[in-house]
Design a binder for this molecule. Structure first.
Ligand SMILES: Cc1cc2nc3c(=O)[nH]c(=O)nc-3n(C[C@H](O)[C@H](O)[C@H](O)COP(=O)(O)O)c2cc1C
Length: 705
């Protein structure tokens, strides 16, 4: 495995420096090329002549030659190497590496190194045990260095204890092993994939100087991120407060502190991710209030009221589409497998990684971990290993699930194109045709229209998204025919279009859209077939239902992820542009401030972004949350109204969207605040709603009561 590998060997001022000769011999015997970089102190222990004779290369030691001014490029060495090994590594060099004191060629080369770095410390037992040395070692581990632990035995000082550099042949073996693992892993199996990983603890503030936290070091999550990136994935790593920094350029590290911040970053990244691994140890509770001043010691006890934090895993589980994978972690102290299985099901995870606190020297802070993976396929147990290798096992499993998913999706795709497809499309609609105002016409034309429309809306695959049967969006098209010209097959109608969204964890459904289209006019002859061609729109009836299909799906997606519906709403706008040539009203700009153009144009207007955000903050953070915690959900609704709705109205006062929205939300809003909330909260909500929709003042009065 070392054949052809380029190794920079750093040697420092330790009595063990002579052993570097054996390391060179072992590496070269295995086919590696070795370039020695030695510290000035190192040269007191072993001569450069010996080293250059063994490596057949001049030894690098000084920055430049006093003789002729030529200089050595540490940057070039950093790029040249496949690995850097510092053996022996003194306490002094470790300290310099940690704090970036680049006053010799070795430390300078280390700081420029692009390849993995291995460190084999060597020193007297007391030097090794000293807290400074131990802290430096820990920091170097955090920076991603591989530490080859020293052994216990007789030391040059005459004492006996831990500090003796690992034997040269073992050191060479460690490098061999590393390159073997690197070769074994299919390095491109995650190419083109986006992976979201959460890592570390969360800190929940009590006052400016105190918090509630946990012992998580973030090492496991970081190892997973590095492994995914190494295999070609683009990684978003949302990290709680840890001392780690991701090293791979494909990792975007987002540092957060609290659960709420982690939730926001995760929800933002998840819609564009193929998989999410939730490795962070997120606090289940946070203090209900954060004291602005440091809490003083008064009296005997201090009671801190805790409120539940959002359950990020469960939230992502609800958002997860059929194309995404979700992996969770469980740390259990009792009934491990049973609790982990429950979590797997409850949070809609694909598999769960079980850690046990019962295994000594694993889990928190440790470099090792022993895991089991549980899924619908059963349980797989793994040996205790370094976290970097545990990460390989977990990502191997993820990669396998991704391949499995591709096969399932291909199968579904095959079924979609089949006319016998029984898969769920996005909408489940009900069409009602009210033709009471039209006399003397055979009702069969209206019945045929109703059936044709309903079938068309429900069977059309409007987007590439895969909806589960229970995720379909229920909607109704109530079409009132005011005039029917049988000769021209022309229908003059108004239509009330409604869509509902379920509130999670409750039996309640909330109105997602409810608005009247006052020029829902079209031509339709009995037994006409409806076909949708997005690029070439030549049928007004198809254009009308496609418009509402995209609008409703876009709003639904917005309600599950901030701005989640952008792509679909953009298709709705494109459709309006393509419909400009249809000879019907409702599509043109400036024709009417409530027509189809005006509505979709406002949804996509930069100034109306707060209104889009409102969909998420109101439904997801507000109503869905309310089903679990009424108080918190209502507070979130208030915040959504005070920030998003008000801002949208302030920024674009002429837009009709806030008014339309408050029209169909009025009863729900009244019931949210009826008999609940503080007077201040009620007054604030009342003022906002009255300011943008005075016509509903009777309902808003109920809020204040
Ligand atoms: C005989 C002798 C042996 C030493 N052995 C070690 C050693 O094994 N480990 C160590 O950390 N320092 C050792 N030192 C101290 C280092 O040589 C000293 O801290 C030096 O500044 C290290 O410089 P460098 O890390 O730049 O090579 C030793 C010193 C002497 C005189």
């Amino acid at each position: 495995m070392l054949k052809g590998k380029k190794i920079v060997l750093g040697i420092t001022g330790s009595i063990a420096a002579y052993k570097a000769c054996y390391i060179i011999r072992g590496l070269m015997k295995a086919g590696a090329e070795v370039q020695v970089v030695i510290t000035p102190a190192g040269k007191e222990f072993i001569t450069p002549i010996t080293l250059s004779a063994l490596t057949q290369k001049p030894v690098v030691s000084e920055f430049f030659s006093q003789r002729d001014g030529t200089w050595n490029s540490h940057v070039a060495l950093g790029l040249w190497a496949d690995a850097m090994l510092i053996a022996p590594c003194t306490a002094s060099t470790m300290g310099k590496m940690v704090s970036g004191v680049a006053d010799n060629m070795l430390v300078t080369t280390y700081l420029s190194m692009k390849a993995p770095v291995f460190i084999a410390p060597a020193m007297d037992l007391d030097m090794y045990a000293h807290p400074s040395t131990q802290q430096n070692l820990e920091r170097l581990r955090c920076y991603g260095c591989h530490i080859i632990e020293p052994q216990s035995g007789f030391l040059a000082s005459g004492l006996e204890g831990k500090g003796r550099m690992e034997e040269p042949d073992v050191i060479v073996e460690r490098l061999e092993e590393f390159f073997k693992l690197q070769k074994n892993a299919d390095t491109t199996d995650l190419q083109g994939k986006q992976v979201l990983i959460t890592a570390g603890p969360t800190y929940e503030k009590i006052d400016p100087v105190r918090f509630i936290g946990n012992y998580s070091s973030g090492k496991m999550g970081f190892a997973l991120a590095e492994e995914c990136a190494r295999r070609g994935a683009e990684v978003t790593l949302v990290a709680g407060p840890v001392a780690l920094k991701a090293s791979h350029p494909n990792i975007q590290q987002i540092n957060v502190e609290s659960c709420l911040q982690m939730e926001e970053a995760a929800l933002d990244a998840f819609p564009k991710s193929d998989a999410a691994i939730l490795c962070a140890a997120v606090a289940d509770f946070r203090p209900a209030t954060v004291s602005e001043q440091k809490i003083k010691r008064v009296g005997e006890n201090l009671d801190i009221k805790l409120v539940p934090n959002p359950d990020i895993a469960a939230e992502l589980g609800r958002m997860k589409t059929a194309k995404q994978l979700l992996v969770g972690f469980a740390l259990e102290t009792n009934d491990e497998a049973q609790n982990a299985t429950l979590k797997l099901e409850k949070k809609n995870l694909d598999f769960i990684v079980l850690n046990s606190l019962r295994n000594e020297g694993t889990c928190f802070k440790s470099d090792e971990n022993q895991i089991a993976i549980l899924s619908e396929e059963g349980r797989k147990d793994f040996d205790k290993k370094p976290k970097t290798q545990v990460a390989i096992d977990i990502i191997d499993e993820l990669s396998r699930w991704m391949r499995r998913l591709s096969v399932v999706l291909l199968f579904l795709l095959y079924n979609w194109v089949s006319p016998l497809s029984a898969n769920a499309q996005e909408l489940i609609s009900k069409v009602n045709i009210n033709h009471q105002q039209v006399q003397g016409t055979d009702a069969s034309v209206f019945n045929n229209l109703q059936q044709t429309l309903e079938q068309f809306i429900n069977e059309q695959q409007w987007t590439a998204l895969q909806f589960q049967q229970n995720e379909r969006i229920a909607c109704t098209f109530n079409i009132t025919v005011t005039k029917y010209d049988a000769t021209a097959n022309r229908f003059t109608c108004t239509a009330l279009i409604q869509a509902n969204r379920p509130v999670y964890n409750s039996a309640y459904t909330s109105t997602l859209y409810n608005n009247r289209d006052k020029s829902f006019d079209f031509d339709f002859a009995q037994f006409d077939q409806l076909n949708f061609n997005e690029e070439y729109l030549d049928n007004q009836l198809v254009a009308l239902v496609a418009y509402y299909a995209f609008l409703i799906i876009g709003l639904d997606l917005d309600s599950f992820a901030p701005m989640g519906g952008t792509d679909v709403l953009q298709r709705c706008m494109n459709l309006v542009n393509n419909a400009q040539n249809l000879d019907f009203t409702g599509w043109k700009s400036f024709e009417d401030s409530r027509n189809r153009f005006a509505i979709i144009n406002d949804y996509l207007d930069e100034a109306m972004k707060p209104f889009r955000q409102l969909q998420y903050d109101y439904y997801r953070k507000g109503l869905d949350e309310m089903a679990q915690n009424a108080e918190r959900g209502r507070t979130n609704v208030t915040t959504a109204l005070e920030t998003c709705l008000k801002k949208a109205h302030d920024d674009k006062p002429l837009s009709m969207l806030p008014q339309i929205w408050t029209d169909y939300k009025k009863d729900e809003l009244a019931s949210i605040y009826k008999g609940k909330g503080t007077q201040k909260e009620k007054q604030s909500v009342y003022d906002i709603l009255l300011g943008m929709n005075a016509s509903q003042s009777n309902t808003w009065d109920k809020i204040r009561q």
